[in-house]
Design a protein around this ligand. Sequence first.
Ligand code: SF4
Length: 239
Amino acid sequence: MSIEIKLSRSTVEKFLTCPRCCVLENKFKIRPPSLPFTLNIAVDNLCKNEFDYYRKLKKPHPLFLENNIDAIPFQHKKLDEWRNNFQGLRYISKEKNYNFGGAIDDVWQKSNGELIVADVKATSKNNFDWAETFNKYEYPKAYKRQLEMYQWLLHKNGFPVAKEAYLVYFNGQKNEDFFNNRLNFEAHLVKINCSSSWVEQKIEQTVNLLKSDIFPQPSTNCEICNYLRKRWKLSQTFK
Ligand code: SF4
C-alpha cells in the first residue's frame, strides 16, 4: 500500500499555477522566500472575533442585514479545528490514498440549512472595484478557487452547501488627512457564485504528480524564476 499523500488547498493551487513549485515545495521542502502578512492576519483575527460575537448570540452580523443575506454564523463543535492552520477541515480518500484539507475563515448557515463559505481579505485601494480586479488579475481567480475547494470539503464532510460564497473584504483608507494611529476600513461583501465540480479531479492530479518522479518545467511568467533565470544567464557571461 502506498503512503497517504497529505496535501492542502494551497498545494492544489500551486499545482494549478506551477506544478514545478508544487513538487519543489511538497516533495523537496524548497520554498521561495516569503514574509508573513502580519497586518492581514490582524484583520482576519479581528473579523473572526466579531463574527464569533454574533455566533454566540445566534444572530446575523450587521453586514448580513445590509446585504440581505438570510443567514447567521454557523455553530459547530469542530469550527475551531476547521479554522486552525495546522488542522483545517479535511477529507480523507481511502480509495485514492490522500488526505486533503484547508483552514477556513468562516462558515455561515442560511435559514434553509445550507452552509456559506466565507473568507476574509484585506487590501487598500483608492477605488474598490471587485469586477474590474477579477477581470484584470490572476489572484482574484485564485480566491474563487479557494472558496470552491472549501465548498468541496464541506460537501465531502456531509454538509449541504450553498452555491454562493463570500469574500469579506476590508479596504484600508489610505488618503485620510491624519493617521492618528488608526487605519480605517470600509467593508465590502463580495458574493461569488461558485462551482466545485473541478476540485476532485485536480486533487487527484496533484496527488498523482506528487507520487510520480516527474519534475515539471517552471512557469514562464513567474517573477521569481524569471529573476533567477536572468541572474543565471548573466553569471555565465562573467565566468
Ligand atoms: S516558476 Fe519557479 S518560482 Fe515560480 S512558481 Fe514555478 S518553480 Fe516556483
